[in-house]
Design a protein. Sequence first.
Length: 446
Amino acid sequence: MDRARDTMPTAKPGFLERTFRLAEHGTSVRTELLAGLTTFLTMAYIVFINPSILGDAGMSRGAVFVATCLVAALGSLIMALYANYPIALAPGMGLNAYFTYVVVQQLGYSWQAALGAVFISGVCFLIVTLTGLRALIVDGIPRSMRIAITVGIGLFLAIIALKNAGLVAASPATFVTLGDLHKPEAILAVIGFLIVAVLSARKVRAALLSSILTVTALSFIFAGNTFQGIVSLPPSIAPTLFALDIPGALSAGLLNVILVLFLVELFDATGTLMGVANRAGLLTDGRMRRLDRALMADSVSVFAGSLLGTSSTTAYLESASGVEEGGRTGLTAATVAVLFLACLFFAPLAGAVPAYATAPALFYVACLMLRELTELDWDDLTEVVPACVTALLMPFTYSIATGVSCGFITYAALKLFAGRAREVKPIVWVIAAVFLFKFVETGGAH
């Protein structure tokens, strides 16, 4: 009897098991689906914030909403099926603000040319991934500068959020000053920030999304917002689809912009992927076995986003929330992809979300990005000073590119004149030289 049982054919693994190797990773379909739902809820705020930010660049908010949902679904699905990691992708915070408030509004380029710059940066990202140069570049950039870029983007997001909330305003005497706190928009923004902070402190999932929806609901009562419905067919993506201007990006002197986009995409993607994989226990000897596949998913998403009509796409640190719920395979990311597709039918709700409703979530994300400061070696001034220059100049010049440029130049110069030039990797000298040439050529303008 036992012998007969032993010779019976074993059940053939199902599609999900064959695709994602659930048993090998010690997980189940139910666990992965719940993890995917958790990740989605923690990052769904992007479908409200991204159209709001890129709308300020003159882009159609409805089209950007559709592009955001589509590229988030596409990127997450590629990550799921090609790399089999529980990591979701969507348009990145910080880079969307850089796209609108620096490249378009400050430097004066069209949003079509800015999309062209995103496309070219994606080409560069793909090349360094395919050729193996990624490791050389990432390893060559000092850790202090990588930290500084993250912190600086956080500060940049903070000032944008405070401005959108009406909590800071322009002043001819002091440049910035406190806004009018009697306005309902400012009061609702403060309430929204308290909601997201308290919910996050209590470990409530979807804290950012809850804050956005609560403030939006209150805006109908106290701030004169108009209700446009909740569900409808998706808006047309035609206004942004294939609207990128690649020749314009190449001819308009956007080299500085492309370099910054490329560097931030590279550091952000690599750091996020390694961080989430580490929390999921998916590192082998401190390395991701399928890192190049994951980066390929990221770079393809940057391409797709520029074609559809949105700023750079990247891996989301919020994926760690799904990992905490037990997500270990690409089925988690695939679940996120399906949920983003479902979001396409909630365009009226996204269109009714005012800037002061997304500002609290934006400011909270900025606060979290500042914690990286604790990782700096404060006893080494040749590392700390360039890092501080990088981080501080981003908000005070209203430009991520300027902060990155000055930071690399300061790092190279300080190491050189301190007699420690041997500590500087060749890639840093190259980047610093490119940025210095740009400053000499333009005098800092554009």
